[in-house]
Design a protein. Structure first.
Length: 263
């Protein structure tokens, strides 16, 4: 509990430092909201024109898009600098974190907490509209709301596991920017849409080596389409927990290989 309290204190300190520049915060929030909304609107225009894609309606695709976006918000808010570990390795800043009275990973996660208000508004707005329309059409019931919240949480765990796994390779490779583009950015962008759009070999990767399929697509088959049964949600939760346990073990191995820059 002492570690948790210390972690929360560091998060609060990070938030206060960001809020020192309120104009910059609100402007960046507005721009992030506009950019993300316009990005989805372009996709929505295509879906409306062709009446869906691969049998998925506009609201179903919007659901996938919003769920993965909100999962990303949780991951990148509470563990933003996990994505930037290579910077700490190159500049020798990881040495400073090792002196803190926190486990190394928690110390890293407490750095630079992001208030992703724009992305939250965009993802939450799209999700709310899609769920309301699906409820009105009778495709889903009210149980979809708490189930969706659970899917967002497990999705955040999966994205965190993927991000931490990629960053941990930095203990051997040092720079992992290109690898992050493949495992995080490209994979998450692909998961915003139904995986049936992609060839079989790519879907296999998203179900195994980069399991973003379980962040939104797999559980949505049950929530939106009532396919395969509620065991899909159990499987999704199990995958999230297994990914989390596996990456924490991998992190410990990687951290044990760390060699200080001496700075």
């Amino acid at each position: 509990m002492n570690l948790v309290r210390l972690y929360v204190m560091l998060i609060r300190a990070s938030i206060r430092s960001r809020m020192q520049y309120r104009f910059n915060f609100w402007l960046s929030t507005l721009l992030a909201t506009l950019v993300n909304v316009s990005e989805f609107l372009m996709v929505a225009v295509v879906l409306v024109r062709f009446d869906g894609i691969q049998g998925w309606s506009l609201y179903e695709v919007g659901y996938l898009y919003a769920v993965i976006s909100l999962s990303k918000v949780i991951y990148r808010s509470f563990a933003n600098d996990v994505h930037n570990l290579d910077r700490y390795l190159v500049n020798g800043e990881l040495d400073q974190l090792l002196t803190r009275p926190l486990p190394l990973l928690l110390a890293l996660m407490s750095q630079n907490f992001r208030i992703m208000l724009g992305e939250t508004i965009q993802g939450g707005g799209i999700l709310a509209v899609c769920l309301v329309m699906l409820l009105q059409q009778g495709q889903v019931g009210w149980i979809a709301i708490p189930l969706t919240l659970w899917i967002i949480l497990t999705g955040a765990m999966i994205l965190f596991a993927i991000g931490l796994t990629t960053s941990t390779f930095g203990f051997w490779l040092t720079k992992v920017e290109v690898l992050q583009t493949l495992t995080e950015d490209a994979a998450r962008s692909a998961a915003q849409y139904p995986l049936t759009l992609y060839p079989g070999w790519l879907r296999s990767i998203f179900f195994t080596f980069i399991p973003v399929a379980f962040a939104n697509y797999v559980p949505s088959l049950y929530v939106l389409r009532h396919e395969y049964g509620p065991w899909l949600l159990v499987a999704t939760t199990a995958v999230a927990l297994l990914c989390l346990a596996g990456v924490l073990a991998f992190w410990r191995v990687g951290a044990s290989r760390y060699q200080s820059t001496g700075s």
